[in-house]
Ligand binder design. Sequence first.
Ligand SMILES: [Fe+2]
Length: 135
Amino acid sequence: MTKQKQIYKCNICGNVVEVLHTGVGELVCCNEPMELMAAKNREEGTEKHLPVKEELPAESCAVRDGFKIKIGEEEHPMEEGHYIEWIEINTVEGRSGKKFLQPGEKPEVDFHTRKEVASARAYCNVHGLWEMKWS
Ligand SMILES: [Fe+2]
């Protein structure tokens, strides 16, 4: 049985999919079961991948304007063969936002929300799925 928001990868063709609605069936691609990608939550290796959260200053009111999510503590490479494909935030009340990135862009995204952020995830095309939880 799948779970909402799980990420699966086909190790043959490279398809990556996210579960939006759970079901009992096994996810299959290229005639093989897809691999469930476990989100890593501790740094390993030389590059940093864990999302870092910074408050965006308020422009027109006293409340913050949102959050900048950066990957990671030291900026992750954004080269053709190794880059952060997307960054996602999830708020405590169930909102989700994702931005897809390209090589050459900075590995950071501004998310404009006044809601509390529960977690952020990032997907590296070489090192897979990473997640930081704040609540
Ligand atoms: Fe990486």
